[in-house]
Ligand binder design. Structure first.
Ligand SMILES: C[S@@+](CC[C@H](N)C(=O)[O-])C[C@H]1O[C@@H](n2cnc3c(N)ncnc32)[C@H](O)[C@@H]1O
Length: 292
């Protein structure tokens, strides 16, 4: 595409990369979007300014070809290739140490903010259990009014390294803590807990798309507790212990899991259950209160 001295034409590069990515992306608009995102990453610019880019150097063409091959052949998620992922009002760094934050997880932020706006969230710290990249905790650190303490915990030391990087990049106040579940926390100490736990049944891991199965950390996908009901039962049981009276657990869940999450919360003694659906109409978030 173009001769080496004059540089390559970005439009031709995008067309060629789109064609190479078609089978992985599934349709032409998605393939073109991925091609543009990868080229923008190589050039260090926003996708919106690609139309104003002149020629692309031979070195940049080779860098693009490497990224396209990793996407096409290895099914590497685009976010791990660009190390960028938008979440709520943030642009997060991501790599294979953490789950790529998903848009539906933003509903967890919205539900907790709504509880606070209604005056239902007691004073005190809010903890993000299984913080991964820090997405939920850092979004709340920016959006919750007042100077609430935000804590991000994770069982994975590697994930906490990424959360730490994001904390420094976005300059928000966040304490990080390595912990398995909530057991190590002081009883009745938290005003709120947000959580997006691993909720893929162990038997389903092998059927996940290769982008997810072969690249995202297994600890972020499959519950260490051995089953999906067990992860929510443990979460609710531990939440009752560490929430203050009147404090809230707000958790994401997978499609079709609303009934089991509801019974886990009720079984642990939480009440005032609220279920919120995502933009696809799938019940996605459960909020439950420790009785005041
Ligand atoms: C589905 S990912 C969510 C990551 C991030 N909160 C998000 O929404 O993008 C689940 C996270 O929980 C962590 N995790 C898994 N089991 C855990 C446990 N027993 N205690 C604490 N964290 C755990 C994983 O390391 C992973 O970072």
């Amino acid at each position: 595409v173009g001769d080496a001295a004059a540089g390559a034409d970005p439009r031709a590069l995008i067309a060629r990369a789109s064609a190479a990515l078609l089978s992985r992306a599934g349709d032409e608009p998605s393939a073109r979007l991925e091609a543009e995102v990868l080229l923008a990453s190589v050039l260090g610019c926003e996708r919106s300014v690609l139309a104003r880019v002149g020629a692309v150097s031979g070195e940049q063409v080779r860098a693009l070809e490497t990224l396209v091959a990793r996407r096409r052949v290895d099914a590497c998620p685009v976010a791990y290739l660009t190390h960028r992922r938008g979440f709520y009002d943030l642009e997060l760094y991501v790599d294979e140490r953490v789950l790529v934050p998903r848009p539906e997880t933003e509903h967890v932020v919205e539900v907790l903010l709504a509880l606070d706006a209604e005056g239902l969230l007691p004073p005190g710290p809010v903890l993000d259990r299984g913080t991964g990249s820090g997405a939920l905790a850092l979004a709340l650190a920016g959006a919750l009014p007042g100077r609430r303490t935000l804590v991000g915990s994770d069982v994975s030391a590697a994930a906490l390294e990424v959360a730490d990087l994001n904390r420094r990049r976005c300059g928000r106040r966040l304490m990080l803590l390595q912990a398995d579940g909530l057991g190590a926390l002081r009883p009745a100490s938290l005003a709120g807990i947000v959580c997006n736990p691993p909720y893929i049944a162990p038997a389903e891991h092998g059927q996940l798309p290769p982008d997810v199965r072969d690249h995202e950390p297994r600890v972020a996908l499959v519950p260490g507790e051995g089953s999906v009901p067990a992860v929510y039962e443990r979460l609710a049981r531990e939440a009752v212990q560490v929430l203050r009276p009147g404090g809230w657990l707000v958790t994401e869940m997978g499609a079709g899991q609303a009934d089991l999450v509801r019974s886990a919360c009720l079984g642990a003694g939480l009440d005032a259950l609220r279920v919120t659906s995502d933009l696809a109409g799938i019940p996605r978030v459960v909020a439950a209160r420790r009785a005041a």
